[in-house]
Write a protein that binds this ligand. Structure first.
Ligand SMILES: [Fe+2]
Ligand SMILES: [Fe+2]
Length: 226
């Protein structure tokens, strides 16, 4: 029967970090090196190169941040230059419809192109929905237009359902184009209601100051989502 000490010893020796002869050699060399058992590894933060490595990492992060910032300016600039908030959103509707049209012009052999276009569409819809849900619809509710805001936000849920369904389908599925066509029709109807009814009615009642505020908030939200 094993004693407690024997058990501790055997459990130690069964530990992968201590069981090999390499580790005993390591501790021997550690003792001969003034008792220090620290070793440099690929993941070590010690040593003379640490400063250079950290500097390079920070420079890389700064470059990445600057590139991302530039990309955001470019992305939001495309719709943000359109003018007031409702014009920004209408431009984004047009850009989204153009992606749908490119998707509808593909055939089942162009699976890679379909995947790329679907990714682009999801990003465009996601950014646009965020601007509306975080700025425009809350402002509508504040102006006693909660019914329209709730209806439109509910439709965004069905837009996400189409995205979910398309992501589950293969891009070479026989009914892919049919699904995209149905999806486009829903987005078009939704955008039409916003552009022709809800947004003009809301804008008509706005002060210039409120209009400028909503425009600024939509652009800021779009920038961070770009
Ligand atoms: Fe919307
Ligand atoms: Fe919209």
């Amino acid at each position: 029967m094993a004693t407690r000490t024997q058990n501790r010893t055997s459990s130690r020796s069964s530990s992968p970090s201590r069981s090999s002869s390499t580790s005993s050699r390591r501790s021997d060399s550690g003792r001969s090196n003034g008792g220090s058992q620290r070793e440099d590894s690929a993941f070590s933060w010690g040593g003379n190169n640490t400063g250079a490595l950290v500097g390079a990492a920070l420079a890389g992060a700064a470059l990445g941040f600057a590139a991302n910032f530039g990309r955001k300016f470019l992305m939001q600039g495309m719709s943000g230059l359109s003018g007031d908030w409702d014009e920004v959103l209408a431009t984004e509707h047009d850009m989204t419809m153009a992606i749908f049209d490119k998707m509808l012009a593909t055939d089942a052999s162009q699976t890679f192109k379909r995947k790329m276009l679907l990714t682009k569409l999801i990003h465009a819809l996601d950014k646009h929905a965020h601007e509306e849900e975080m700025v425009v619809y809350p402002a509508l509710r504040e102006a006693n237009e909660a019914h329209d805001a709730d209806l439109l936000e509910g439709e965004h849920g069905y837009i996400k359902t189409f995205i979910y369904e398309l992501q589950q389908m293969g891009t070479d599925a026989p009914n892919w184009l049919e699904k995209v066509r149905e999806f486009r029709a829903l987005v078009q109807k939704h955008a039409h209601m916003e552009e022709e009814q809800v947004f003009p009615r809301f804008k008509e009642r706005m002060s210039e100051e409120q209009n400028a505020k909503i425009t600024s908030l939509v652009n800021r939200d779009g920038f961070w989502m770009a």
